[in-house]
Design a binder for this molecule. Structure first.
Ligand SMILES: [Cu+2]
Length: 158
C-alpha cells in the first residue's frame, strides 16, 4: 500500500526526471542556437575600401593591390571621387567568387556580377566570398584608362 511518503517520493522522482530532460534538451540545443545567433558569425564580414580615380583625376585604383582569403566574406566598398566614370573590371575574379549582393543607392542586386561601372561620386558595396585562390588582374575599361595605368591586381589566398 502506498503511503503519503511514497507518493511524495514518486512525485519528486517524476519532477527530477522532467528537470533532467529539460537540462539535457537545453544542453543539446543551446550550442546550436548560440552558433546561429552569435554576433561573431553575423558580423564576420571584412570591409575593404577601394577608390576608382581620385579628386585630381589620377587614373588609378587606390589601393591597386587587393588581397583576400578564399572562403571568407568581404564587403568591397567602391567609390569614385573623380569627375569621370570608371570601371572595376576583373572578369576572372568576378567569375570565381560567390556574390551575395551588390548595394548601390537604394538598390540591392543579388547574384553574379561581371563588372561594375561607377559614375562620378558613386558608391557601391559588393558583398562576396572568394572561392578560388589565384592572382587576378583588375583594370578600368574606359578608353585610354588601362593604358594610362588604371590597373591593379587581386590576390586570393587559400
Ligand atoms: Cu577609369
Amino acid at each position: 500500500m502506498m503511503g503519503e511518503l511514497d507518493i511524495r517520493r514518486g512525485w519528486s522522482r517524476a519532477l527530477w526526471s522532467v528537470l533532467l530532460s529539460i537540462v539535457l534538451w537545453l544542453g543539446v540545443l543551446t550550442p546550436q542556437a548560440r552558433a546561429i545567433a552569435s554576433p561573431a558569425n553575423v558580423g564576420l564580414v571584412t570591409e575593404v575600401p577601394i577608390h576608382l580615380g581620385d579628386a585630381s583625376e589620377a587614373l588609378t585604383f587606390a589601393p591597386d593591390h587587393l588581397k583576400f582569403t578564399a572562403g571568407r566574406k568581404y564587403k568591397l566598398v567602391l567609390d569614385n571621387p573623380s569627375s569621370q566614370k570608371h570601371y572595376f573590371t576583373a572578369k576572372d575574379f568576378a567569375d570565381s567568387v560567390w556574390t551575395q549582393k551588390v548595394e548601390a543607392g537604394n538598390v540591392e542586386i543579388k547574384g553574379a556580377i561581371h563588372e561594375l561601372e561607377l559614375k562620378p561620386g558613386a558608391v557601391a558595396e559588393w558583398v562576396f566570398v572568394p572561392q578560388r585562390p589565384g592572382t587576378y588582374s583588375l583594370r578600368c575599361v574606359i578608353a585610354g584608362h588601362t593604358e594610362a595605368g588604371m590597373v591593379g591586381e587581386i590576390t586570393v589566398l587559400p
